[in-house]
Every structure is written in structure tokens, then in C-alpha cells.
Ligand binder design. Sequence first.
Ligand code: SF4
Length: 391
Amino acid sequence: MCFSCFGGACRERKGTVSGENDYLCRKKCGMDRFADKLIAWYRRHRRELPWRETRDPYRIWVSEVILQQTRVAQGYDYYCRFIRRFPDVESLAGAGEDEVMRYWQGLGYYSRARNLHTAAKAVAGAGAFPTTFEGVRRLKGVGDYTAAAICAFAYDMPCAVVDGNVYRVLSRYLGVDEDAGTSKGKKLFAALAHEMLDKERPAEYNQAIMDFGALQCVPSSPDCGMCPFAGECSAFRQGRVGEFPRKRRKPKLADRYFNYMYVCAGAYTFIRKRMPGDIWQNLYEFPLVETEKAVTWPELSATPAFRTLFAGKGILSVRPVASGVRHVLSHRVVHADCYAVELSDPGAELPGFRRILAEDFDKFPVSRLVSRFFSLLLKPINQESLIYVIE
Ligand code: SF4
């Protein structure tokens, strides 16, 4: 049922999107005011963000990639650092992957950085940033959302951006309880967002609805009494704000058990690059033994992987650095322990690992977990913590 005309005057205008007529009927019944109100709200409340001060598609692209899965407060500093070092697509294309990953370190979802780097090389090779939606969409790692954002913000194209904020605002405002995670839901929300878009002011409208979702129509307990749409918002009028957007059931997270060892031989330590096909691809890490469950040091040192790694090496001392650390990723939880292991032979090598000066360790890109362990290693050593002295 249309909440504006209650199935009356605009009935014959229904039916242009996926058969979800009620929402569109509502739109035709006065939604044209939506953009005006939204933009008026935005002009009073907008956030000053560096990527909004530019029309450079490269900088907009970098900001959008950083902000996927990352809150603005956290992404802000990363963006500024990244752009200071890689101010244009040529400088990014000409950088080595380790350096790019180093600038991304801590942001997570590292495939974003790898794709960005690959696509930058393609753009630099082509000599110019693509200027059509299809051209932008073809860049590695660029999906519909990012392509729409780049085209709207850089080129003022009438492309509707649908991120989590937009999805929440539309689902509440229009009373749409379709799950945006399904292909049917994606199609419906993309169509509704396009219908609602102010085609004359796409850049400002898109920024406005994203900020509105981030600041006013927030995920829990929005202050609907202060909202400019309180009188017409479907969810609010029905007293069902908490029911929108429809929540997806979260997949069960898989558990993994990592046992890291920061191994020292004199002034040297050992690292390796993680391989494709697993988390943290191309990031470096300490020697690692993964186990089926959490294990104690005696259990760890009895595993075949540990014995192979340290075969013939004299272990001088072992110090626990951290234990039972829970590191949550999108689809798994890593339960991690870390030990500092000192070898008796300063010239020792570890098979499959790169020997580097310990003081050079922080030049390599690593996961947030390994970085955290490394910072714990820098704390002064308490001699009493040396619980396993082999020789
Ligand atoms: S009334 Fe509440 S739920 Fe509706 S758009 Fe405003 S903040 Fe969101």
C-alpha cells in the first residue's frame, strides 16, 4: 500500500521497478521533495572530508576503496597518508607492491590494495582515467558501487550510489524489507536508488544520502524526532524503525589457531611472504605453525611442523609474548599465540624463510595481528618470563 495516496490517485503510475509497485507509487506521490529536503539537511550537517574537495577521479577512487569496510574516522588518516605518498595514478603505478601494502597496513581487506595497484598500472598504461561508467567498472576491483561513486563525484553523471548507509535510509524511509544481500534485493534497491536520485545534482545528492545514513539515520536508535523526514518515513510512522533494514543472518565464523614465533639469531630474524589463496596474501609474517586447536608450548614443540622448522637448531630460550589473542576477520576468527625464540647459532638459517636484520622488520607490510605482536616484542624483557630455557 502506498503511504501517500493509499492506493488512490497514483495507482496507474505504478509498475516501473521489479513489480514492487507500492514503493514506487509512494515515490510518485511526493518523493520529489525528498531530494530537496535531503540536500537542505546536508548543507547544514555535511562532513568536511578531503576527498570531497576534489573532482580528481583517482583521488575519489582511492577514497572509495579505502572507505569500503572502513569507518570514515579510521580511513581519513590512511587516505591522507596514501595520497601524500601517491598523489596521482602514475606514482601509485610506479611503486613496488611491498610499499603499497605497507601504506595499507592495518586497514585489512588487503585484496583492495592489490587490486588498486594493479588497476593503477592499467590506467597509467592507458594514459588517462576512464571517463565512462563501463570503463571505470572494468578496472580491477571496481564494482557497481565504486564505479557509481567515481562517475557521480568526478563527472557528475546521474549514477546512484548504494552503500550500507543508503540501503538503510531507503529501506526505512520507503518501508522496504527486502534483504539487500540477495540478488533480488540488490536489484530492487539499485532501481529505487536510481528513481530517488536527483539527476540534476547527482554528486551532492549522493553525498547527502550517504552522510544522512552515517549521521542521522544511524543503525541503532536514530533520533527520529529530530529527523526532517519524521512525518513521512514509513518505518517511523509504523513504529518499526528497529525492524529495518532487514538483517541478514551472520555466517558462522571459522576458527583458526596460529602459533607465531619471532625467531632471533644474533641480530637477525626470519620472515616470509604469505601465499595466494589464504588470508593476508602477500603480507609478511613470522614463522608460523597452525594447529587444529589451541596448544601449549610443549604441545606445539612436539608438532611435526615445529620439529621440521627447528630441526638441528639449538634453541637458547623461549619467551611467551602473547597468548589467546582473538583476531576477528570477516569470515573467521584467528586465535593466536606468539613466542620469542632465540637460537644459539647467530648464523642460523630457517628453511623457507628470509633472514633479515631485526631492525629492518618494520619496513615490511604485515597484518595487524603480526604488527601487534611486534610492538609487544619491543617492550622490555622480564627475565622471569623466560619459561623455557633449553640450553
Ligand atoms: S525518521 Fe528515523 S528512521 Fe526515518 S529516515 Fe528519519 S532517522 Fe531514519
